[in-house]
Design a protein around this ligand. Structure first.
Ligand code: ASP
Length: 467
């Protein structure tokens, strides 16, 4: 048996040679004396044939079942002309089986892993996700997601950005969504929060003089069930010092275009440079702040990007007070700064926020930030925060800004959504390896779950019994 393993994708270059391939039995077809087995590995699929003349291998070939993991040694043969399958990457060759070693058997799969999976209930797909991920559609999505992320990393590295990890155990602050909280054992009765985004850390990295930061960052938001949301999701998060809005937008536009042109050359971007709409125009013309401006909504390969800018900074909340529309750390547009500092004509204050929209989906958003402590303090005052609450929640930001923080701005993309749109998938769960259900359950791991009473005791936590 040949000691080195050959990847299936290489077989077409190895006609006439003896090789060993390893992978999963995709399907077995018995044709009387001839037994055909399709074998699958991470690189592709090939048809193998067991002939009665190799008696031992032939006998074993008759016993293998779908999803068994086997190692096969054999000879790569050119297929006879009439048996060539032009639609298969390995359709011109087949492997004549000389010997088989079974590496692991498999139970009958509870879900079909050969189809695109659209006919299978999602609960079953998520419960057996490791099987679900074997299907070609999901293999493609996850591998292409990797390519997009690698492209982003290489691009930003060339531009002088540094990827920096920021903590997942942090402080709960009122930033928009509900926090996931994590009890501290050592400081009983105190809690960490999982970050809704690295927003504060990335701004503190600008205070720290890093100048160009990015991160493929996990974000956590404890929101109520909304079909196409996940409690944890991934952002491309970035921040830059000494920049104006135009520079952040230009860099991101260039990166988005390059990703499409390099990795999805069959897709067409509707308009270049990306059109820009003010919030007012978008609402008046389309009744939406993320309008789908595609000229042909049936074309799966048409990408209509646009920027939406000039959003109001504040809007009324349900209790009649003011809240931010996007991000409390944003800076107003220069000509609106005076109004913020004087807390006048609040509904008229426009922010530097920019959202990037693709086919009617907001795939990213960011802003230039308020890097002067007084301006940031005013934002919280307008929202009705008391001085001591501002200090308790955001004192670290105000103090940092009082120590020579440069002007800065950035953006974050919803990476899951972007990949979903590029892959023409209906839902972000199709591009996340281990996705949760719409109501936040991990069916494979069975999470969330109860914990042992001793664990609660250590944390000083008692579960209030339901009445
Ligand atoms: N942190 C913001 C968000 O998660 C994005 C940004 O303004 O950079 O939406």
């Amino acid at each position: 048996m040949s000691p080195t393993r050959t990847f299936i994708a290489k077989l077409k270059e190895m006609v006439g040679q003896e090789v060993t391939i390893k992978g999963w039995v995709d399907i077995r077809r018995d044709h009387g004396k001839l037994i055909f087995i399709d074998l699958r590995d991470a690189s592709g699929k090939v048809q193998m044939i067991a002939l009665p003349s190799h008696a031992e291998a032939h006998k074993l070939a008759g016993t293998v079942r779908p999803e068994w993991v086997i190692s096969v040694s054999g000879k790569v043969n050119q297929r006879p002309e009439k048996l060539v399958n032009k639609n298969e990457p390995n359709g011109e060759v087949e492997l004549e089986i000389l010997s088989i070693e079974v590496l692991n058997e498999a139970l009958t799969p509870p879900i079909d892993v050969r189809s695109d999976g659209k006919e299978i209930g999602e609960e079953a797909r998520l419960k057996y996700r490791y099987l679900d991920l074997r299907r070609p559609r999901l293999q493609k999505n996850i591998r292409n997601r990797h390519k997009i992320i690698k492209y982003i990393r290489d691009f930003l590295d060339k531009e002088g950005f540094v990827e920096i990890e920021t903590p997942n155990l942090t402080k709960s602050t009122p930033e928009g969504s509900r926090d996931f909280i994590v009890p501290s054992r050592i400081s009983q009765g105190k809690f960490y929060a999982l970050p809704q985004s690295p927003q504060q850390y990335k701004q503190l990295l600008m205070a720290a003089g890093m100048e160009k930061y990015f991160q493929i960052a996990r974000c956590f938001r404890d929101e109520d069930t909304r079909g196409d949301r996940q409690p944890e999701f991934t952002q491309l998060d970035l921040e830059m010092s000494f920049v104006e809005r135009e520079e952040v937008m230009a860099l991101n536009e260039r990166l988005l275009i390059d990703i499409v042109k390099t990795l999805y050359p069959n897709k067409r971007i509707q308009t270049l440079p990306f059109p820009r709409l003010t919030y007012k125009e978008a609402m008046e013309k389309y009744g939406s702040d993320k309008p789908d401006i595609r000229t042909d909504k049936n074309d799966p390969d048409l990408l209509a990007f646009e920027w939406v800018i000039d959003f109001p900074f504040f809007e009324k909340d349900d209790k009649g007070g003011w809240t931010f529309t996007h991000n409390p750390f944003s800076r107003p547009q220069n000509e609106h700064m005076e109004r913020l500092l004087k807390k006048e004509d609040i509904s008229g204050i426009l922010t530097t926020q920019y959202d990037v929209v693709l086919n009617g989906n907001e795939i990213g958003g960011g802003s230039i930030r308020n890097h002067q402590p007084e301006a940031l303090r005013k934002v919280f005052e307008i929202m009705g925060h008391k001085a001591e609450d501002i200090e308790r929640n955001f004192g670290h930001m105000l103090t940092a800004f009082a120590h020579g923080t440069p002007p800065h701005g950035g953006i974050a993309w919803g990476l899951d959504r972007f990949v979903t749109l590029l892959e023409n998938e209906p839902n972000i769960r199709e591009v996340i390896a281990f996705a949760k259900t719409g109501d936040g359950r991990d069916l494979m791991m069975d999470a969330p779950s109860e914990v042992a009473p001793e664990q609660l005791l250590e944390l000083g936590i008692k579960i209030a019994k339901e009445k």
